[in-house]
Design a protein around this ligand. Structure first.
Ligand SMILES: [Fe+2]
Length: 129
């Protein structure tokens, strides 16, 4: 489970709020994995991944606009990473999901949690003035 900490804040309110929302989406994958009431989780995981993809694009656009506005020197390398991550979300292969839903959802969860934390802590923190 992802828990927001004050130290994750980069001090730009709009971006901090968006990062918190990314945590929420990540935690929804966690809740889905832990939920034993659903026999079939396929539709739910597809829905969450679509939402993650849409929201991430929106978030990256905000971040890129902000970096341009402050003339952030590492803007281009951030942009490359952003595009790369969007590619990775879109490449998530769900065709084998039904073989072992929980294993696949756990793999997706690990990928998303690692990325969210890495993105915020290692990259976005550098934007902080
Ligand atoms: Fe970010």
């Amino acid at each position: 489970m992802l828990q927001w900490k004050d130290e994750y804040s980069i001090g730009v309110e709009i971006i901090d709020e968006q990062h918190k929302h990314l945590f929420e989406i990540g935690n929804r994958i966690y809740d889905l994995l832990e939920n034993y009431l659903y026999v079939d989780k396929y539709d739910k995981i597809v829905e969450i991944i679509h939402e993650l993809s849409d929201y991430t694009k929106y978030h990256f656009k905000s971040e890129e606009d902000y970096m341009i506005q402050i003339r952030y020197p590492k803007y281009l390398s951030q942009k490359v990473e952003h595009d790369d991550f969007i590619g990775k979300i879109e490449e998530i292969d769900l065709k084998d999901l039904d073989k072992d839903q929980d294993k696949h959802i756990r793999d997706i969860l690990t990928f998303v949690f690692n990325w969210v934390l890495e993105h915020i802590l290692k990259k976005d923190k550098l934007i902080k003035a």
